[in-house]
Ligand binder design. Sequence first.
Ligand code: PEP
Ligand code: MN
Length: 261
Amino acid sequence: MPTKTIQIKDQIVGGSQFHVWAGPCSIETESQFKQVAEFVLSQGVTGIRGGVYKLRTNAKSFQGLGKEAIPILKKLKHLFNKVPFVSEITDPRQIEYLADVVDVLQIGTRNMFNYELLKEAGKTKIPVLLKRSFSARVKEWIQAAEYISQGGNENIILCERGIRTFETEFRNTLDFNSVAYIKKETGFPVFVDPSHGTGTYKFVTSLSKAAMAVGADGLLIETHNDPKNSLSDSQQALSFDDFRALMPELKKIAPVFDRHL
Ligand code: PEP
Ligand code: MN
């Protein structure tokens, strides 16, 4: 089935362009987010990520700046003139103010089965990046996407971010079968998140290349100015040096897969 294309600002998702959307797991301070966003833009990314709300396993872990991040995002809005900014929504009540600053609503692995949240996202026209639950079958993931489209919002990008298997060496196991399936059997554009998919920065480059090879339309990658001191997901954040090295690797192989970036 041909992939549906979605225009977000100057970017077309689902066409020949291969997207790299990158940024920190969480927005921590204005200067940290500005530094990371300016850096990834200088490397040619076509989207910026940054968590405002973080659903953490440990209640004592950093939960994201929440509403405090909104003025920071308003101040830095000029950085997103041409490229989308993606951030996770964890509660329908956030739509009202996230809609002012977010171009793509991310629905995370823990909320893929939150049908009321999906229905609310379906009432907007804001593009949604729907991550796969770590315990969802591919069919369940597609059915979750239909909760959004049924409300009238057809702007949906799926994102494979790894599932739970018996393997314990990795935080999650990236399931590339699902990417091949989405591309062949559905019209949804699909991204891969090799950061959560492996949990370890040193595997991100290899799995990013594999994602392009299997037909993904883009990547969602975590990077940080000071990975060791990142307030969330420090093990999987690429340093600026690692990120700088990744982009030419992707550019080198892109023509083989009829992609450009
Ligand atoms: C994230 O992108 O930072 C995130 C929390 O993702 P996931 O829902 O896939 O764990
Ligand atoms: Mn993260």
